[in-house]
Design a protein around this ligand. Structure first.
Ligand code: HEC
Length: 129
């Protein structure tokens, strides 16, 4: 019995994702730092008014990187998209912590989010299917 319990505990530990999911409510506040450059707008409504320096982040989780039409991405980000990167919460959080380091080349996004990247990622995921 003990062995069985130990075995299933190991299984549970193995199946836990390495990435700790963020808190969407905290992320909503954190997004105040993003909206100088990013809006969140669907075809029918503007959810968060924001700048146009960066691409619209509506539906970004589950979207191919660098895929907003008419937005001029850096070569590095465009290349990630061409390589098949689709944003999920873990990748997005890693990117916003240090965009240029993440891309391995200079990103047009000059902003770095030191803390709360997982929370912002969870918030953005609420605008995706
Ligand atoms: C100073 C302006 C600025 C701020 C502030 C900013 N961004 Fe960006 N962001 C950009 C630009 C410009 C790009 C395009 C980057 C490139 O092409 O290398 C970008 C790209 C992105 C992308 C990639 C989107 C895609 O379509 O592939 C994500 C995700 C993103 N930003 C999230 C955030 C989040 C979350 C925040 C707030 C924590 C934030 N950004 C703050 C300017 C900004």
């Amino acid at each position: 019995m003990k062995t069985l319990l130990a075995a299933s505990a190991t299984l549970v530990a193995l199946s836990l994702p390495a990435f700790a999911a963020g808190d969407a409510a905290k992320g909503e506040k954190e997004f105040n730092k993003c909206k100088a450059c990013h809006m969140i707008a669907s075809d029918s409504e503007t959810i968060v008014k924001g700048g146009k320096t960066g691409p619209n982040l509506y539906g970004v989780i589950g979207r191919a990187a660098g895929s907003v039409e008419d937005f001029k991405y850096s070569d590095g980000l465009a290349a990630k998209g061409a390589d098949g990167l689709v944003w999920d919460e873990a990748e997005l959080a890693a990117y916003v912590k240090d965009p240029s380091e993440y891309l391995g080349s200079r990103s047009k996004m000059t902003f770095k989010l030191a803390k709360g990247a997982e929370d912002v990622a969870a918030y953005l995921a609420t605008f995706s299917q």
